[in-house]
Design a protein around this ligand. Structure first.
Ligand code: FE2
Ligand code: FE2
Length: 438
Protein backbone atom coordinates (compact mmCIF):
# COMPACT_ATOMS: atom_id res chain seq x y z
CA UNK A 1 0.00 0.00 0.00
CA UNK A 2 1.55 3.30 -0.98
CA UNK A 3 0.96 6.51 0.97
CA UNK A 4 -1.90 7.66 -1.27
CA UNK A 5 -3.74 4.37 -0.90
CA UNK A 6 -3.14 4.37 2.82
CA UNK A 7 -4.57 7.86 3.15
CA UNK A 8 -7.58 6.70 1.14
CA UNK A 9 -8.13 3.80 3.53
CA UNK A 10 -7.90 6.04 6.58
CA UNK A 11 -10.30 8.51 4.96
CA UNK A 12 -12.72 5.64 4.41
CA UNK A 13 -12.52 4.67 8.06
CA UNK A 14 -13.22 8.27 9.10
CA UNK A 15 -16.24 8.46 6.83
CA UNK A 16 -17.51 5.27 8.36
CA UNK A 17 -17.26 6.79 11.84
CA UNK A 18 -19.11 9.92 10.72
CA UNK A 19 -21.87 7.85 9.21
CA UNK A 20 -22.26 5.94 12.43
CA UNK A 21 -22.29 9.15 14.45
CA UNK A 22 -24.93 10.76 12.23
CA UNK A 23 -27.22 7.74 12.28
CA UNK A 24 -29.80 9.67 10.38
CA UNK A 25 -30.31 11.30 7.05
CA UNK A 26 -28.74 8.37 5.29
CA UNK A 27 -30.41 5.95 3.00
CA UNK A 28 -29.03 2.99 4.87
CA UNK A 29 -31.19 0.01 5.54
CA UNK A 30 -31.62 -0.53 9.30
CA UNK A 31 -29.71 -3.80 9.10
CA UNK A 32 -26.81 -2.07 7.39
CA UNK A 33 -26.87 0.70 9.97
CA UNK A 34 -26.66 -1.95 12.72
CA UNK A 35 -23.66 -3.45 10.96
CA UNK A 36 -21.92 -0.07 10.84
CA UNK A 37 -22.74 0.52 14.51
CA UNK A 38 -21.36 -2.86 15.50
CA UNK A 39 -18.22 -2.34 13.42
CA UNK A 40 -17.53 1.05 14.96
CA UNK A 41 -18.36 -0.04 18.48
CA UNK A 42 -15.83 -2.84 18.49
CA UNK A 43 -12.75 -1.73 20.39
CA UNK A 44 -9.68 -3.85 19.68
CA UNK A 45 -7.16 -3.85 22.51
CA UNK A 46 -3.61 -3.03 21.45
CA UNK A 47 -2.26 -6.46 20.40
CA UNK A 48 1.03 -6.45 22.31
CA UNK A 49 3.00 -9.56 21.44
CA UNK A 50 1.65 -9.64 17.89
CA UNK A 51 5.17 -9.49 16.45
CA UNK A 52 7.03 -12.74 17.05
CA UNK A 53 10.66 -11.69 16.64
CA UNK A 54 12.42 -9.07 14.60
CA UNK A 55 12.03 -8.88 10.80
CA UNK A 56 14.21 -10.89 8.41
CA UNK A 57 15.67 -9.11 5.36
CA UNK A 58 15.82 -11.48 2.41
CA UNK A 59 16.03 -11.93 -1.36
CA UNK A 60 17.98 -8.65 -1.74
CA UNK A 61 18.34 -7.16 -5.21
CA UNK A 62 19.72 -3.82 -6.41
CA UNK A 63 16.18 -2.43 -6.70
CA UNK A 64 14.18 -4.50 -4.21
CA UNK A 65 14.26 -6.10 -0.79
CA UNK A 66 12.05 -8.71 0.83
CA UNK A 67 11.13 -8.50 4.49
CA UNK A 68 9.30 -11.27 6.33
CA UNK A 69 8.36 -11.50 9.98
CA UNK A 70 6.40 -13.81 12.22
CA UNK A 71 3.11 -12.85 13.87
CA UNK A 72 0.95 -14.55 16.47
CA UNK A 73 -2.51 -13.83 15.05
CA UNK A 74 -4.24 -13.16 11.74
CA UNK A 75 -2.75 -9.87 10.60
CA UNK A 76 -2.01 -7.52 7.80
CA UNK A 77 1.54 -6.18 7.72
CA UNK A 78 3.43 -3.11 6.69
CA UNK A 79 6.89 -1.72 6.31
CA UNK A 80 7.69 1.96 6.62
CA UNK A 81 10.80 2.85 4.65
CA UNK A 82 12.83 6.04 4.63
CA UNK A 83 16.22 7.43 3.67
CA UNK A 84 16.85 8.67 7.22
CA UNK A 85 17.14 6.98 10.62
CA UNK A 86 14.29 9.05 12.06
CA UNK A 87 11.94 7.59 9.43
CA UNK A 88 10.81 11.05 8.39
CA UNK A 89 8.53 11.06 5.32
CA UNK A 90 8.36 7.29 5.10
CA UNK A 91 7.02 5.33 2.18
CA UNK A 92 4.60 2.62 3.33
CA UNK A 93 4.49 -0.83 1.75
CA UNK A 94 1.77 -3.35 2.54
CA UNK A 95 2.00 -7.14 2.68
CA UNK A 96 2.55 -8.39 -0.85
CA UNK A 97 -0.36 -9.49 -3.00
CA UNK A 98 -2.84 -7.78 -5.29
CA UNK A 99 -5.78 -7.46 -5.18
CA UNK A 100 -5.67 -9.25 -1.84
CA UNK A 101 -2.75 -8.69 0.51
CA UNK A 102 -1.30 -11.94 1.81
CA UNK A 103 -2.73 -11.59 5.30
CA UNK A 104 -1.72 -14.52 7.49
CA UNK A 105 -1.85 -15.78 11.04
CA UNK A 106 1.88 -16.70 11.14
CA UNK A 107 4.02 -14.94 8.53
CA UNK A 108 3.84 -11.55 6.86
CA UNK A 109 5.85 -10.91 3.73
CA UNK A 110 6.45 -7.42 2.40
CA UNK A 111 8.38 -6.64 -0.79
CA UNK A 112 10.01 -3.25 -1.08
CA UNK A 113 10.36 -2.26 -4.73
CA UNK A 114 11.63 0.74 -6.67
CA UNK A 115 14.74 1.00 -4.50
CA UNK A 116 18.03 2.58 -5.56
CA UNK A 117 21.14 0.35 -5.82
CA UNK A 118 23.90 0.61 -3.23
CA UNK A 119 21.84 2.84 -0.96
CA UNK A 120 21.23 2.68 2.78
CA UNK A 121 17.61 2.66 3.90
CA UNK A 122 15.96 2.61 7.32
CA UNK A 123 12.73 0.77 8.05
CA UNK A 124 10.39 -0.62 10.61
CA UNK A 125 7.97 -3.49 10.18
CA UNK A 126 4.49 -3.49 11.65
CA UNK A 127 1.42 -5.66 11.91
CA UNK A 128 -2.24 -4.94 12.56
CA UNK A 129 -4.36 -7.74 13.94
CA UNK A 130 -7.54 -8.37 11.94
CA UNK A 131 -10.89 -9.05 13.58
CA UNK A 132 -14.36 -9.50 12.11
CA UNK A 133 -17.01 -7.56 14.02
CA UNK A 134 -19.67 -8.28 11.40
CA UNK A 135 -19.49 -11.32 9.13
CA UNK A 136 -16.54 -10.87 6.79
CA UNK A 137 -16.22 -7.14 7.51
CA UNK A 138 -12.65 -6.79 8.69
CA UNK A 139 -11.33 -4.30 11.19
CA UNK A 140 -7.60 -3.80 11.82
CA UNK A 141 -6.14 -3.11 15.23
CA UNK A 142 -3.64 -0.40 15.96
CA UNK A 143 -0.36 -1.26 14.18
CA UNK A 144 2.37 -2.70 16.39
CA UNK A 145 5.84 -1.77 15.14
CA UNK A 146 9.28 -3.35 15.34
CA UNK A 147 12.37 -1.39 16.23
CA UNK A 148 13.92 0.70 13.46
CA UNK A 149 16.53 -1.16 11.40
CA UNK A 150 18.53 -0.46 8.27
CA UNK A 151 20.01 -2.17 5.22
CA UNK A 152 22.04 -1.45 2.11
CA UNK A 153 20.81 -2.56 -1.31
CA UNK A 154 23.24 -4.47 -3.53
CA UNK A 155 24.67 -2.89 -6.68
CA UNK A 156 27.87 -1.87 -8.36
CA UNK A 157 28.14 1.06 -5.93
CA UNK A 158 27.46 -1.09 -2.82
CA UNK A 159 30.26 -2.10 -0.44
CA UNK A 160 32.42 -4.94 -1.80
CA UNK A 161 31.71 -6.89 1.35
CA UNK A 162 29.64 -10.00 2.13
CA UNK A 163 29.94 -13.34 3.87
CA UNK A 164 28.81 -16.95 3.75
CA UNK A 165 27.49 -19.15 6.52
CA UNK A 166 26.31 -22.71 5.95
CA UNK A 167 25.13 -25.95 7.52
CA UNK A 168 23.80 -24.39 10.68
CA UNK A 169 21.42 -27.37 11.08
CA UNK A 170 19.40 -26.10 14.06
CA UNK A 171 22.47 -25.77 16.29
CA UNK A 172 21.25 -22.41 17.45
CA UNK A 173 24.01 -21.66 19.94
CA UNK A 174 26.69 -22.28 17.31
CA UNK A 175 24.64 -20.24 14.87
CA UNK A 176 24.42 -17.34 17.32
CA UNK A 177 28.20 -17.06 17.31
CA UNK A 178 28.13 -16.69 13.51
CA UNK A 179 25.30 -14.18 13.45
CA UNK A 180 26.87 -12.13 16.26
CA UNK A 181 30.18 -12.02 14.40
CA UNK A 182 28.82 -10.80 11.08
CA UNK A 183 26.83 -8.12 12.85
CA UNK A 184 29.95 -7.04 14.73
CA UNK A 185 31.93 -6.95 11.47
CA UNK A 186 29.22 -4.85 9.79
CA UNK A 187 28.75 -7.32 6.93
CA UNK A 188 25.84 -5.97 4.84
CA UNK A 189 24.84 -9.22 3.13
CA UNK A 190 25.18 -12.90 4.06
CA UNK A 191 24.61 -15.93 1.86
CA UNK A 192 23.06 -18.70 3.99
CA UNK A 193 24.43 -21.48 1.87
CA UNK A 194 22.12 -24.33 2.71
CA UNK A 195 21.26 -27.04 5.23
CA UNK A 196 19.36 -24.79 7.60
CA UNK A 197 17.15 -27.56 9.08
CA UNK A 198 18.15 -31.04 10.17
CA UNK A 199 14.76 -32.45 11.04
CA UNK A 200 12.00 -32.63 8.45
CA UNK A 201 9.88 -29.63 7.54
CA UNK A 202 6.42 -31.15 7.67
CA UNK A 203 4.54 -28.02 8.70
CA UNK A 204 4.80 -24.34 7.92
CA UNK A 205 5.68 -23.74 11.55
CA UNK A 206 8.77 -25.96 11.18
CA UNK A 207 9.89 -23.57 8.43
CA UNK A 208 9.10 -20.50 10.54
CA UNK A 209 11.19 -21.79 13.43
CA UNK A 210 14.20 -22.61 11.27
CA UNK A 211 14.37 -19.57 9.02
CA UNK A 212 12.46 -16.69 10.62
CA UNK A 213 12.80 -17.05 14.36
CA UNK A 214 15.74 -19.38 15.03
CA UNK A 215 16.06 -19.52 18.84
CA UNK A 216 18.93 -17.47 20.34
CA UNK A 217 19.25 -15.54 17.07
CA UNK A 218 16.55 -12.87 17.27
CA UNK A 219 17.33 -10.03 14.90
CA UNK A 220 19.91 -12.10 13.00
CA UNK A 221 18.75 -10.61 9.70
CA UNK A 222 17.09 -7.37 10.76
CA UNK A 223 20.05 -5.26 9.61
CA UNK A 224 21.85 -7.80 7.41
CA UNK A 225 20.18 -9.08 4.25
CA UNK A 226 20.08 -12.85 3.90
CA UNK A 227 20.46 -14.61 0.55
CA UNK A 228 19.16 -18.11 0.99
CA UNK A 229 20.75 -20.80 -1.18
CA UNK A 230 19.21 -24.17 -0.43
CA UNK A 231 21.08 -27.31 0.54
CA UNK A 232 19.91 -30.90 0.42
CA UNK A 233 18.25 -30.68 3.85
CA UNK A 234 16.18 -27.69 2.76
CA UNK A 235 14.24 -29.96 0.40
CA UNK A 236 13.11 -32.48 3.00
CA UNK A 237 9.72 -32.98 4.60
CA UNK A 238 6.23 -32.64 3.20
CA UNK A 239 6.12 -28.87 3.71
CA UNK A 240 9.51 -28.16 2.10
CA UNK A 241 7.74 -27.01 -1.06
CA UNK A 242 6.03 -24.29 1.01
CA UNK A 243 9.31 -22.54 1.80
CA UNK A 244 8.22 -19.57 -0.30
CA UNK A 245 5.46 -18.82 2.21
CA UNK A 246 8.19 -17.93 4.69
CA UNK A 247 11.35 -17.11 2.75
CA UNK A 248 10.49 -15.12 -0.35
CA UNK A 249 11.61 -16.22 -3.80
CA UNK A 250 13.22 -13.73 -6.14
CA UNK A 251 11.01 -11.41 -8.13
CA UNK A 252 9.89 -12.76 -11.53
CA UNK A 253 11.18 -9.55 -13.11
CA UNK A 254 14.74 -10.75 -12.41
CA UNK A 255 14.54 -13.48 -15.05
CA UNK A 256 13.06 -14.38 -18.42
CA UNK A 257 9.97 -16.52 -19.00
CA UNK A 258 12.25 -19.44 -19.94
CA UNK A 259 13.73 -19.33 -16.44
CA UNK A 260 10.54 -18.54 -14.56
CA UNK A 261 10.83 -21.68 -12.39
CA UNK A 262 14.32 -20.66 -11.24
CA UNK A 263 13.09 -18.46 -8.44
CA UNK A 264 16.08 -18.87 -6.12
CA UNK A 265 19.05 -18.29 -8.43
CA UNK A 266 20.69 -14.91 -8.10
CA UNK A 267 23.31 -12.89 -9.95
CA UNK A 268 24.13 -9.32 -8.99
CA UNK A 269 26.95 -7.10 -7.86
CA UNK A 270 28.10 -6.19 -4.40
CA UNK A 271 30.57 -3.46 -5.35
CA UNK A 272 33.41 -4.98 -7.34
CA UNK A 273 32.20 -8.54 -6.84
CA UNK A 274 29.52 -10.39 -8.80
CA UNK A 275 27.69 -13.00 -6.73
CA UNK A 276 26.09 -15.94 -8.52
CA UNK A 277 23.84 -18.39 -6.70
CA UNK A 278 23.44 -21.95 -8.00
CA UNK A 279 21.34 -24.69 -6.45
CA UNK A 280 22.86 -28.18 -6.37
CA UNK A 281 19.66 -29.73 -4.97
CA UNK A 282 19.38 -33.05 -3.16
CA UNK A 283 22.35 -35.26 -2.41
CA UNK A 284 20.78 -38.35 -3.98
CA UNK A 285 19.72 -38.93 -7.60
CA UNK A 286 16.09 -38.47 -8.63
CA UNK A 287 15.57 -42.23 -8.90
CA UNK A 288 16.57 -42.81 -5.28
CA UNK A 289 13.69 -44.26 -3.19
CA UNK A 290 14.07 -41.41 -0.70
CA UNK A 291 12.76 -39.00 -3.33
CA UNK A 292 9.51 -40.88 -3.87
CA UNK A 293 9.51 -40.26 -7.59
CA UNK A 294 8.44 -36.63 -7.26
CA UNK A 295 11.74 -34.78 -7.64
CA UNK A 296 13.32 -33.33 -10.78
CA UNK A 297 16.76 -32.25 -9.71
CA UNK A 298 18.55 -33.29 -12.91
CA UNK A 299 16.25 -31.19 -15.17
CA UNK A 300 16.52 -28.41 -12.58
CA UNK A 301 20.32 -28.43 -12.82
CA UNK A 302 20.09 -28.43 -16.61
CA UNK A 303 17.75 -25.43 -16.56
CA UNK A 304 20.17 -23.59 -14.32
CA UNK A 305 22.96 -24.27 -16.82
CA UNK A 306 21.14 -22.24 -19.49
CA UNK A 307 20.44 -19.51 -16.95
CA UNK A 308 24.10 -19.48 -15.88
CA UNK A 309 25.39 -19.04 -19.44
CA UNK A 310 23.18 -16.00 -19.90
CA UNK A 311 24.31 -14.26 -16.73
CA UNK A 312 27.74 -13.64 -18.24
CA UNK A 313 26.11 -11.72 -21.09
CA UNK A 314 24.97 -9.08 -18.63
CA UNK A 315 27.51 -6.21 -18.66
CA UNK A 316 27.56 -5.80 -14.87
CA UNK A 317 28.47 -9.48 -14.46
CA UNK A 318 30.81 -9.73 -17.46
CA UNK A 319 32.73 -6.63 -16.33
CA UNK A 320 32.98 -7.52 -12.65
CA UNK A 321 36.56 -7.52 -11.33
CA UNK A 322 35.71 -10.54 -9.19
CA UNK A 323 33.09 -13.28 -9.50
CA UNK A 324 32.15 -15.60 -6.65
CA UNK A 325 29.67 -18.45 -7.22
CA UNK A 326 27.80 -20.25 -4.44
CA UNK A 327 26.74 -23.88 -4.35
CA UNK A 328 25.74 -25.95 -1.37
CA UNK A 329 27.34 -29.23 -2.46
CA UNK A 330 30.97 -28.84 -3.60
CA UNK A 331 31.83 -29.02 -7.29
CA UNK A 332 35.23 -30.62 -6.82
CA UNK A 333 35.88 -34.29 -6.22
CA UNK A 334 37.32 -34.01 -2.75
CA UNK A 335 39.16 -37.33 -2.80
CA UNK A 336 39.45 -40.13 -5.37
CA UNK A 337 36.23 -42.10 -5.53
CA UNK A 338 34.27 -39.61 -3.40
CA UNK A 339 30.51 -40.09 -3.90
CA UNK A 340 29.49 -37.92 -6.89
CA UNK A 341 25.75 -37.85 -6.09
CA UNK A 342 24.78 -40.06 -9.01
CA UNK A 343 24.69 -43.44 -7.25
CA UNK A 344 22.02 -45.07 -5.11
CA UNK A 345 24.48 -45.79 -2.30
CA UNK A 346 25.06 -43.23 0.44
CA UNK A 347 24.89 -39.57 -0.55
CA UNK A 348 26.84 -36.97 -2.52
CA UNK A 349 30.12 -35.69 -1.19
CA UNK A 350 30.43 -33.61 -4.33
CA UNK A 351 28.00 -32.94 -7.18
CA UNK A 352 29.35 -34.32 -10.44
CA UNK A 353 26.34 -33.43 -12.60
CA UNK A 354 26.67 -29.79 -11.57
CA UNK A 355 30.45 -29.85 -11.88
CA UNK A 356 30.19 -31.20 -15.43
CA UNK A 357 27.51 -28.72 -16.47
CA UNK A 358 28.61 -25.58 -14.63
CA UNK A 359 32.34 -26.00 -14.05
CA UNK A 360 33.43 -25.31 -17.66
CA UNK A 361 31.13 -22.27 -17.87
CA UNK A 362 32.64 -20.83 -14.70
CA UNK A 363 36.14 -21.39 -16.08
CA UNK A 364 35.30 -19.97 -19.51
CA UNK A 365 34.24 -16.78 -17.76
CA UNK A 366 37.17 -16.53 -15.37
CA UNK A 367 35.21 -17.03 -12.16
CA UNK A 368 37.76 -16.98 -9.34
CA UNK A 369 35.98 -18.68 -6.48
CA UNK A 370 33.20 -21.12 -5.58
CA UNK A 371 31.98 -21.07 -1.98
CA UNK A 372 30.31 -24.28 -0.87
CA UNK A 373 29.17 -26.10 2.25
CA UNK A 374 27.76 -29.57 2.86
CA UNK A 375 30.90 -31.35 4.08
CA UNK A 376 30.93 -29.43 7.39
CA UNK A 377 34.63 -28.79 7.09
CA UNK A 378 36.72 -25.80 6.09
CA UNK A 379 38.76 -26.77 3.08
CA UNK A 380 40.56 -24.83 0.37
CA UNK A 381 41.22 -26.19 -3.12
CA UNK A 382 43.27 -23.88 -5.29
CA UNK A 383 42.56 -23.11 -8.95
CA UNK A 384 44.43 -25.26 -11.49
CA UNK A 385 45.74 -24.58 -15.01
CA UNK A 386 42.45 -25.97 -16.39
CA UNK A 387 40.06 -24.63 -13.73
CA UNK A 388 39.93 -20.87 -13.14
CA UNK A 389 38.17 -21.15 -9.83
CA UNK A 390 39.27 -22.16 -6.38
CA UNK A 391 36.76 -23.71 -4.02
CA UNK A 392 36.37 -23.05 -0.32
CA UNK A 393 33.99 -25.15 1.76
CA UNK A 394 32.75 -23.81 5.06
CA UNK A 395 32.58 -25.62 8.37
CA UNK A 396 29.24 -26.79 9.71
CA UNK A 397 27.39 -28.04 12.73
CA UNK A 398 29.06 -30.51 14.99
CA UNK A 399 32.23 -30.99 16.90
CA UNK A 400 34.37 -32.82 14.34
CA UNK A 401 35.85 -29.55 13.13
CA UNK A 402 34.46 -26.05 13.60
CA UNK A 403 31.78 -23.69 12.32
CA UNK A 404 32.83 -20.87 10.01
CA UNK A 405 31.90 -17.49 8.72
CA UNK A 406 33.61 -16.95 5.37
CA UNK A 407 34.01 -13.20 4.95
CA UNK A 408 34.79 -11.68 1.55
CA UNK A 409 35.96 -8.11 1.15
CA UNK A 410 37.83 -6.18 -1.50
CA UNK A 411 40.86 -4.53 0.07
CA UNK A 412 43.24 -2.57 -2.11
CA UNK A 413 43.45 -4.44 -5.38
CA UNK A 414 42.56 -7.89 -4.03
CA UNK A 415 39.57 -9.87 -2.93
CA UNK A 416 40.44 -10.99 0.58
CA UNK A 417 38.61 -14.06 1.86
CA UNK A 418 38.91 -14.50 5.58
CA UNK A 419 37.67 -17.74 7.13
CA UNK A 420 36.61 -17.17 10.72
CA UNK A 421 36.45 -20.07 13.14
CA UNK A 422 33.32 -18.94 14.95
CA UNK A 423 33.67 -21.59 17.66
CA UNK A 424 36.94 -20.05 18.93
CA UNK A 425 36.97 -16.59 17.35
CA UNK A 426 40.27 -17.33 15.59
CA UNK A 427 41.06 -16.71 11.93
CA UNK A 428 41.32 -20.17 10.38
CA UNK A 429 42.64 -19.06 7.01
CA UNK A 430 43.05 -16.20 4.54
CA UNK A 431 42.99 -16.36 0.75
CA UNK A 432 43.61 -13.58 -1.75
CA UNK A 433 42.38 -13.28 -5.31
CA UNK A 434 43.55 -10.92 -8.04
CA UNK A 435 41.03 -9.19 -10.33
CA UNK A 436 39.89 -11.03 -13.42
CA UNK A 437 41.85 -10.40 -16.57
CA UNK A 438 39.93 -8.92 -19.37
FE1 FE2 B 1 24.98 -30.08 6.17
FE1 FE2 C 1 24.30 -30.75 2.80
Amino acid sequence: MNNANRRGFIKGMTTLSMLAAAKCGSAMMPSEQRAYDKYNAMVIPRPDGLLDGEPVLQAPAPDSMGIAFAVTALSNGFVELADNPELKNPQTFMAEGMPLAAIDKRVIRVRLTGLKPGKRYWYRAGAAKLVHPVGYWTKPSETVWSKTHSFVTPGENAPSHFAMMCDTHEEFTQMSRITSLYRKLGVPLVVWNGDIPTSLMNTKDDIVKNYLIPPKNDGYAADTAILLNRGNHDFRGFAANRLGEVMMPRLPSERTMRDIALDRNFAFRMGDVALIGLDTGEDKPDNHPANGGFTQFTPYRRAQTEWLKDQFKRPEIANAPYIVAFTHIPLIELWPGANPGTTLEDYAVWQKECADMWGPILTANGVQLVLAGHIHRYRYDAATPTRSWAEITGGGRGTRTFQTLVECKVEGSELLVRVHNTDTGAIAGEHRFAPRKG
